[in-house]
Design a protein around this ligand. Structure first.
Ligand SMILES: Cc1cc2nc3c(=O)[nH]c(=O)nc-3n(C[C@H](O)[C@H](O)[C@H](O)COP(=O)(O)OP(=O)(O)OC[C@H]3O[C@@H](n4cnc5c(N)ncnc54)[C@H](O)[C@@H]3O)c2cc1C
Length: 379
């Protein structure tokens, strides 16, 4: 009889890899990824930002609970720092200058614990940080030091490497097609072979509702939303030291990315799960926003891409066992923050799978497992 794994994880993005890591070898684990590489979909297409501000209460707590891992991962987890200081410059035009000052006052008064203070800047000081901003457009700005770039590939591979060292099997090019119940466990038919497991973790990102239906489980209304990015060459400026720049209401944002400037029009279009690609209109918006607030001549888009940000109806992650389908565990709906919250999300999922208490660092932020339970959507 073939091996019966304790846990099969469907999805080799940051969610699947992080829970594989935090299970710490305490269960036999196999991870199934339909693509030939881990992180091929959302995880490999993010803006790689770790920021402590501008979140909903719960996302802020998940982020706070993830900071210590990101800043000091376990010895041997990675060769490089997972976070690199970037800073965030919030900008507004004349119409929104008053609004930006209100946001600044609010942030000053309600900074997360241990956060560095935000700093109101005049236009000259903003231009010192980002010399190609257009002073005819930018009329107000403040700087948030608590924003970092995440080394996403190192984080993802670190999770995968340590999980494998603990005995987990990672099978790429292995797409879950069907599932049937047999003798108290699941038999998973994949594009390669059959896999048996007592519990299946649904970490399929944009496909989470599709994968649930393979197990006869009702979809929860977890919807992928497309977000677009373009990159342009900016040869006359040293991008390395500039902060990320966000329009005050996140109508758009831009930041250095692999020697070029990445711009997103912050689009959020509901779509069917698919290998996302950018629409011309969103590429045009990205170029338009950059032209409007800078003096750059945006005539050539070097590269464009899109990815899926996948939300449950209340925009909180869905983590926990299904109340309706035996042996099915949800780990989905990570929205626009799945990379930066992956340490906390992975720890919560692992604790639930191991029937253990949530770790102290999670409880200290006031998070409870019930907040994320799939039962909030299961009929
Ligand atoms: C443009 C953009 C910018 C973003 N910026 C940030 C940011 O700055 N900071 C941040 O923290 N987050 C950001 N995000 C969000 C972040 O990328 C996601 O929250 C995160 O990657 C979700 O991870 P995941 O593992 O749930 O999904 P995915 O990475 O999509 O992984 C799911 C995996 O499941 C696999 N799968 C699906 N169906 C099957 C099947 N039947 N069989 C086998 N495998 C299957 C897929 O192939 C996929 O690899 C951004 C996202 C986008 C698109």
């Amino acid at each position: 009889m073939a091996e019966i794994f304790d846990i099969a994880i469907v999805g080799g993005g940051i969610a699947g890899a992080s829970v594989a890591h935090f299970l710490n070898g305490k269960r036999s684990v196999v991870l199934l990824e339909q693509e030939s590489a881990l992180g091929f979909h959302s995880t490999g297409r993010s803006a790689a930002e770790f920021t402590r501000r501008f979140h909903s209460d719960i996302t802020g707590r998940l982020t706070a609970a993830s900071a210590s891992f990101m800043m000091a991962p376990p010895v041997g987890f990675t060769e490089v720092d997972l976070l690199r200081p970037r800073g965030n410059l919030l900008i507004a035009d004349a119409d929104k200058a008053g609004h930006l000052k209100d946001v600044y006052e609010h942030e000053r008064a309600s900074s997360p614990e241990g956060a560095s203070p935000v700093e109101l800047l005049d236009v000259d000081a903003a231009l010192e940080k980002v010399p190609f901003l257009d002073p005819d457009w930018v009329k107000a700005a403040f700087h948030d030091p608590d924003c970092w770039d995440i080394e996403v590939e190192n984080l993802l591979q670190g999770y995968a490497r340590s999980a494998k060292a603990d005995g987990a099997e990672f099978r790429q090019d292995s797409r879950l097609l069907n599932a049937r119940r047999e003798g108290g466990h699941w038999v998973l038919e994949t594009s390669q072979d059959e896999v048996r497991a007592r519990t299946v973790v649904n970490a399929a990102g944009g496909w989470a509702d599709v994968v649930a239906q393979v197990f006869g489980s009702a979809p929860l209304g977890i919807v992928p939303h497309r977000r677009t990015a373009i990159s342009v060459k900016v040869p006359d400026y040293d991008l390395g030291r500039m902060p990320e720049v966000n329009e005050i209401d996140e109508v758009f944002y831009f930041k250095p990315d692999a020697g070029q400037l990445m711009i997103s029009p912050a689009d959020e279009t509901p779509v069917e799960p698919h290998d996302a690609w950018p629409e011309e209109i969103d590429i045009a918006y990205a170029a338009h926003y950059l032209s409007e607030c800078t003096i750059l001549d945006v005539t050539h888009v070097a590269h464009s891409w899109a990815g899926l940000r996948t939300f449950a109806p209340d925009r909180l992650p869905v983590i926990g066992p299904s109340a309706t389908t035996q042996g099915l565990f949800w780990l989905a709906g990570l929205g626009g923050y799945g990379i930066q919250t992956s340490p906390a999300v992975g720890k919560i999922a692992a604790a639930l799978l191991l029937s253990a208490e949530l770790p102290e660092g999670i409880c200290a932020t006031g998070l409870r497992a019930e907040l994320f339970s799939p039962s909030r959507f299961e009929g």
